[in-house]
Design a protein around this ligand. Sequence first.
Ligand SMILES: CC(C)(COP(=O)(O)OP(=O)(O)OC[C@H]1O[C@@H](n2cnc3c(N)ncnc32)[C@H](O)[C@@H]1OP(=O)(O)O)[C@@H](O)C(=O)NCCC(=O)NCCS
Length: 175
Amino acid sequence: MILKDDVVLLRAIEEDDANVLMDLINDPEVENSVFGWSYPVSLSSQKKWILNLSNDTTVRYIIDVDKEAVGVAIISSIDMKNRTSNMNIKLLKSVRGRGIAMHALGLIIRYCFDELNMHCLTANVIERNENSRKLWIKLGFNEDGVLRQRIYKNGTYHNIVSYSLLREEYYERNR
Ligand SMILES: CC(C)(COP(=O)(O)OP(=O)(O)OC[C@H]1O[C@@H](n2cnc3c(N)ncnc32)[C@H](O)[C@@H]1OP(=O)(O)O)[C@@H](O)C(=O)NCCC(=O)NCCS
């Protein structure tokens, strides 16, 4: 189902979203802030990728604000035995600093606990990504620890900071 509140609407990825996904993946600043690495992506290969998507252990949402696609939020590594999953989000630069990530992740977190019956949600952030680290703390996540030198970018290794939110902590905050 779609997820929505008074600010954002989270829905499935459509072929027409190729431009926004391509802009996010091709943006060096975003690439620098997140894990992994990417080839430059063309519009046609982005469209092909969208057509081949399947929801297995990953659920991807386009974030709409006022009917415009402004970013993507992802629930990944969904593990139905241990009831864990991981969260991730990327927004276009033009819409940042307006609380959109708080709204989008607030909906996803509630969906993970209320509908998927998750026990523990995780998020992993490159240590120097201060904005993202503050975001997870503001959402109530606990800073669990540091994985040393796991990400290689800009000619050097970076630590990962690992966050988690337990079901009981979430319901305690949101009674
Ligand atoms: C990280 C990101 C998703 C934040 O989105 P956003 O919509 O701007 O965040 P919000 O406006 O909801 O801010 C929520 C909180 O996050 C923190 N935060 C977000 N952007 C910040 C910034 N530029 N400076 C300082 N704190 C920031 C703050 O604690 C903020 O709360 P506050 O405004 O009350 O201080 C966005 O900057 C982004 O897409 N960055 C590039 C990709 C990325 O780093 N993704 C995270 C990977 S885990």
